[in-house]
Design a protein around this ligand. Structure first.
Ligand code: ATR
Length: 264
């Protein structure tokens, strides 16, 4: 994986545990790559015979122009999180949307044509909105700065909502997804008031801490909750499948990531 900074990534332990279990002689490393060095780091992948890499902040968007081929998801989301090296060429994929949807499925959530409110309109929200729209959901986007919500909504045929509409929109929705960094900055902070809850489920894609205030409150009110580790594990599992053609053990990947989170 190429990221900057790279040292806090959970991906190496997750992937190495899965590789080892399958007896694959390969290693996953996190490399600190500054933006100016992305091109040469990618070239180095080909020279070293690597299967590919993950990309994280700040390379996901910049990599679009470096790819020879883009998957429909990477193209629509406008970001590459997984590179597959094929005969010396780069295929750019985005496994975040499918990873997010698999984490909902694992919790028994069937999005169907229900209504879902998404908080935030940044990079992570793009993959979440893409995944939900493709599953057939009606998506309502709220963002601290409204214009960003509006442009994301326009791009993905969703609806942007103002702060004044937020409580009622949440209460009428089946699900709620937090893609803002609010719980990450302070575990006692929530992006919304504690009593604004949807009817069925709440997902917070923040995984540090695993149980954010938003999820704690939702669980106490008997809503189904989905933490951010699921999306992290499944986006990794999807990338693993692209590189190796094999399905990794999800439980082992999750346990490896959990072990690191518990030490923090
Ligand atoms: P990411 O790739 O993780 O989505 P990002 O693109 O920087 O990161 O987006 C961060 C999101 O969190 C944005 O929606 C941001 O809102 P703004 O567009 O208004 O900046 C949101 N966010 C960050 N801090 C927030 C806060 N204190 N309250 C509400 N939203 C916040």
């Amino acid at each position: 994986m190429f990221a900057h900074p790279a040292k806090h990534s959970l991906s190496p332990v997750m992937h190495n545990a899965a590789l080892e279990l399958l007896g694959l002689e390969a290693q996953y490393e996190a490399r600190d790559v500054i933006p100016e060095a992305l091109k040469s780091a990618l070239e180095q992948l080909v020279i070293s015979g690597a299967w590919g890499c993950n990309l994280s902040i700040p390379h996901k968007e910049a990599a679009l122009t470096q790819m020879h081929h883009l998957s429909p998801q990477a193209q629509a989301i406008g970001a590459v999180n997984t590179v597959l090296v094929k005969n010396g060429f780069f295929e750019g994929h985005n496994t975040d949307a499918d990873g997010f949807m698999r984490s909902l499925e694992e919790a028994g959530v069937r999005v169907g044509q229900t209504s879902v409110v998404v908080l935030g309109a940044g990079g992570a929200a793009r993959a979440v909105v893409y995944g939900l729209k493709h599953a057939g959901a009606e998506v309502l986007i709220w963002n601290r700065s409204f214009p960003r919500a509006e442009s994301l909504a326009q791009e993905f045929q969703a609806r942007a909502i103002e702060t004044s509409e937020l409580p009622a929109s949440i209460q009428n929705a089946a699900g709620l997804v937090n893609t803002t960094s609010v719980g990450l900055e302070n575990p006692d902070d929530s992006p919304i008031a504690d009593d604004w809850l949807p009817q069925d489920w709440v997902c917070d894609i923040v995984y540090r801490p695993l149980e954010t205030r938003l999820l704690r409150v939702a669980k106490a009110a008997k809503r189904r909750t989905i933490d951010g580790l699921g999306m992290l594990v499944y986006q990794g599992a999807n990338a693993f499948e692209l590189w190796t053609g094999q399905s990794p053990d999800i439980k082992v990947m999750r346990q490896a990531a959990m072990a690191v989170l518990e030490k923090l």
